[in-house]
Design a protein around this ligand. Structure first.
Ligand code: MF3
Ligand code: CO
Ligand code: CO
Length: 256
């Protein structure tokens, strides 16, 4: 049984608009990402921007998650909870992940930001992570199998000497936050369901400098950190399978 939703043209238009707003939210927040500001402040700006644009932040209250974005610094792999106590400092790298609900449709995207002078090691990790997402996106076309996305990502990342997080995945998205299928970023060549026009999903590789394993914070039950406390980076886009290939719905920079 195929549970992967093929979206109607009307749903695709709704997902396209929501995804565009999610992408614009990351552009908007860039000016505020500076040394000395708290991640709580950034979260408040993000929430206000999303609401001013007629949407709601999907993470707020999702499974009990308390904030409008996830902001994951340095060794935090994902689901970092914005806080007054987390102040950005010189040399930090961070991922900001936003998901919008606009007229009932979801768009999900994240990218990396850097504060001041960042180590070459961190910059290399960020560049490799971004490139791995591009390689994954390049696998999107009707008739290809989902497993080839993770295969392309992990082949490149292994060659770079980094590791791919296997405990968190991409996912179908659009009419719900997390739909079928799961997009595993370590999958094997020619495995998994077949991509069809009208499918919408995220690709969101989390790449670790050291070991791939993660540990979820015992106290807040969300923050996932690398087991070895080395750095982690992530980029995420929401993608549509078109008749001929893909459309990167959350890209607002004209990169794709
Ligand atoms: N936006 C994240 C994703 O890419 C999900 C965050 S769920 C939350 O799938 F509850 F932690 F916010
Ligand atoms: Co996602
Ligand atoms: Co996300």
């Amino acid at each position: 049984m195929d549970k992967i939703i093929i979206k109607t043209p009307e749903q695709i238009e709704g997902i396209r608009k929501s995804s565009k707003l999610a992408g614009q939210t990351l552009e908007y927040i860039a000016d505020f990402v500076k040394e000395g500001v708290s991640t709580e402040y950034l979260d408040q700006k993000i929430e206000a921007f999303i609401r001013e644009n007629g949407a709601i932040p999907a993470t707020l209250g999702y499974g009990g998650y308390p904030k409008s974005s996830c902001i994951s610094l340095n060794e935090v792999v994902c689901h970092g909870i914005p806080s007054d106590n987390t102040i950005l400092k010189n040399g930090d790298i961070l991922n900001i992940d936003v998901t919008t609900i606009l007229n009932g449709y979801y768009g999900d995207t994240s990218k990396m930001f850097t504060i001041g002078e960042v180590s070459t090691v961190a910059l290399d990790l960020i560049a490799a992570t971004k490139h791995s997402l591009n390689l994954g996106i390049q696998q999107v076309r009707p008739g290809n199998q989902f497993g080839n996305i993770g295969f392309a990502i992990s082949k490149f990342i292994k060659m770079k000497g980094y590791s791919v997080v296997y405990e968190f995945c991409g996912h179908g998205v659009g009419v719900e936050f997390h739909e079928e299928p799961q997009i595993d970023h370590t999958s094997r060549r020619n495995t998994g369901p077949i991509m069809k026009p009208g499918m919408t999903f995220t690709i969101e590789p989390m790449i670790n400098q050291g070991r791939p394993g993660t540990i979820v914070d015992k106290h807040d039950k969300w923050t996932a950190r690398t087991v070895d406390k080395k750095l982690s980076a992530q980029f995420e886009h929401t993608i549509l399978v078109t008749e001929t290939g893909y459309e990167v719905l959350t890209d607002v920079t004209g990169e794709y």
